[in-house]
Design a protein around this ligand. Structure first.
Ligand code: ADP
Ligand code: GN1
Ligand code: MG
Length: 366
């Protein structure tokens, strides 16, 4: 166990040359602390991360999943003639050979090779970028189809169990430890008014009507690295929540984030609309990559996933707001409230497109 845990002191533990490294905050993740580690004296750079102990209570399980999943993906990518060091995350071990270290505060630190010459986006600027994002996440899911799902750890239990998220929301509301419910009444009412739909994915899953797959479960656009010149996807990152799940989770979470006309953090709700053209673009790419592997019931569940992931994520932001912002990184006191409002605005607009979304996915698998 390490007692000192500044990013630079952590760097020295990993099996990279002993140089005068610069370490700067990197990326826009809401969960882990991410640093770019670089030096003019070395061609390669690295990504150092402090895995959030608030999110992941068993970092050793996160890392075991990550090691096994990256090994599997690396083999699949090499078999099709790709470059596993560019198209897949590669873990840089510690000098001891271990793949993570625990700091005194209980947080795990890990390192991966920086995949250079890439960019990540916060919103798709063209349909083409989002269609390719769909291909990237569809390919990711296809590449893991023969991975033994039951051997993966559930790194966050009940992660996309929306009825359970609703239970936690109600609990936070009941406790209201920060006295923040007052002032958010309308929004709280909007989330509670939709409670009867919270089991629209878990019920068919329990009834065996939807297949359990190995899914990414956190398919935000910024979890895909694109080649900075060709703007084609290079690598899917953020493998902490790769677990058994539904296609509807991956499809839906990507739509929630990318088929919006404004950022998740936008302060002007007037700017938030659901973009059906972006929905259709992602659906084309995703279903093309999965090429016949999607069952008809699963295809029908994809628009439900878009609704559910938006509902669930908004409710998670609101729960965190009510509980004092202990989970998601926030930059100001109302940040989670703003996010929760934005998800509700997006959800309400999306609800007008239920029929179009269904016809779109049905026509794509026909
Ligand atoms: P979080 O769980 O906080 O979102 P991520 O693992 O997604 O953390 O990392 C945050 C961001 O850092 C990613 O969205 C991506 O842009 C960038 N990133 C992570 N790992 C790498 C890597 N190996 N190479 C290049 N960029 C990376
Ligand atoms: C988090 O880790 P990141 O920033 O890619 C969260 C997702 C949320 C998302 C909302 C492990 O994603 O579930 O949908 O924020 N990840 C975790 O932006 O909770
Ligand atoms: Mg991320």
């Amino acid at each position: 166990m390490q007692t000192e845990h500044s990013p630079l002191s952590m760097c020295r533990l990993f099996s990279i040359p002993d140089l005068d490294w610069a370490c700067e905050s990197f990326g826009h993740g809401h969960i882990n602390e991410t640093y770019l580690v670089s030096s003019p004296a070395h061609a390669e750079s690295y990504i150092l991360q402090r895995v959030s102990p608030a999110a992941f209570h068993h970092p050793e399980q996160v890392m075991e999943n990550m090691a096994r999943v990256t090994k599997h993906l690396g083999q699949v990518i090499a078999r099709r003639g790709g470059d596993p060091y560019r198209e897949c995350l590669s873990i840089v071990p510690l000098k001891t050979g271990e793949i993570f270290t625990l700091a005194a505060d209980g947080a795990a630190w890990r390192m991966t090779r920086n995949i250079t010459g890439t960019v990540s986006f916060e919103l798709p600027d063209t349909d083409d970028v989002f269609e390719k994002t769909g291909q990237a996440f569809g390919t990711f899911q296809r590449d893991l189809m023969d991975f033994p799902a039951a051997t993966l750890h559930e790194t966050i239990p009940h992660f996309h169990d929306t009825p359970d998220r609703l239970r936690l929301f109600r609990e936070a509301l009941e406790k209201d430890i920060c006295k923040r419910a007052e002032g958010a009444e309308d929004l709280i009412r909007d989330y509670l008014a939709r409670a009867d739909r919270a089991d629209a994915l878990t019920a068919p899953l329990s009834a065996g009507k939807l297949p359990l797959r190995v899914t990414h479960n956190d398919t935000k656009l910024n979890n895909v690295l694109f080649d900075e010149v060709s703007r084609t996807p290079v690598c899917v990152v953020d493998l902490d929540t790769v677990m058994p799940g539904l296609s509807a989770y991956d499809f839906g979470d990507a739509i929630r984030f990318g088929a919006s006309t404004a950022l998740e953090d936008e302060r002007d709700p007037e700017k938030i609309r659901f973009s059906f053209p972006m929905f259709a673009a992602f659906a084309r790419g995703y279903l093309q990559a999965l090429d016949g592997a999607v069952t008809p019931a699963e295809a029908d569940s994809l628009p439900v996933g878009a609704w559910m992931m938006t509902y669930e994520c908004g409710m998670r932001f609101l729960t965190d707001y009510l509980s004092g912002d202990t989970y998601f990184h926030t930059a100001y006191p109302e940040h989670n409230l703003v996010r929760a409002k934005n998800q509700m605005t997006l959800l309400q607009d999306m609800e007008h497109y239920a029929d179009e979304m269904l016809s779109c996915v049905r026509s794509l698998i026909a």
